[in-house]
Design a binder for this molecule. Structure first.
Ligand code: 4NP
Length: 163
């Protein structure tokens, strides 16, 4: 990436159908609202390929829509080439971080890898809980945590890149 390339962010969870596509939608909206849409490239991926090619989970899309987010992405699996392509790689929980680091065979990209909740400013969450096997409250909780952490992450990126 040179200085003219967009800054790039990759959100990562296990299946790429609940948490990371939601993070992608929240951050896309925030960058649009800040007039930074063309400066920041945003994508998401799963550490597994279980749901490759699928739209986000219908429950995540439903609760996202209620909050004004449209989830349009299709699931894909994280690949080693993503480490070169992206400037910030955000895992949703410790297991995601472990699996991301396992793909970084030569330990070259550690400084790009963060846990999403490290950026929380109001939420006390230590990770973004997987809502897949739980009730509807889990999906709303995911959005609450992501709205908080994405806002702070965007502030950090704006400061770091003076944009
Ligand atoms: P996500 O949620 O990692 O937030 O997309 C999950 C989706 C699917 C499965 C697990 C977690 N699954 O086991 O199929």
């Amino acid at each position: 990436m040179n200085e003219k390339s967009p800054i790039s962010i990759l959100f990562v969870c296990l299946g790429n159908i609940c948490r990371s596509p939601m993070a992608e939608a929240v951050m896309s909206k925030l960058t649009e609202q800040s007039g930074l849409r063309d400066k920041i490239y945003i994508d998401s991926a799963g550490t597994s390929g279980y749901h490759q090619g699928e739209l986000a989970d219908s429950r995540m899309r439903h609760f996202g829509q209620i909050r004004g987010y449209q989830l349009l992405s299709r699931a894909r699996q994280l690949e080693a080439s993503d480490f070169e392509k992206f400037d910030y790689i955000l895992g949703m929980d410790d297991s995601n971080i472990t699996n991301i680091l396992l793909l970084d065979h030569k330990d070259k990209f550690k400084n790009k890898i963060f846990k999403m909740t490290d950026f929380c400013s109001t939420s006390q969450a230590d990770f973004v809980p997987d809502p897949y096997y739980g009730g509807t409250g889990g999906f709303e909780n995911v959005i609450d945590i992501l709205e908080d952490s994405c806002a702070s992450l965007l502030d950090k990126i704006k400061q770091e890149h003076k944009i």
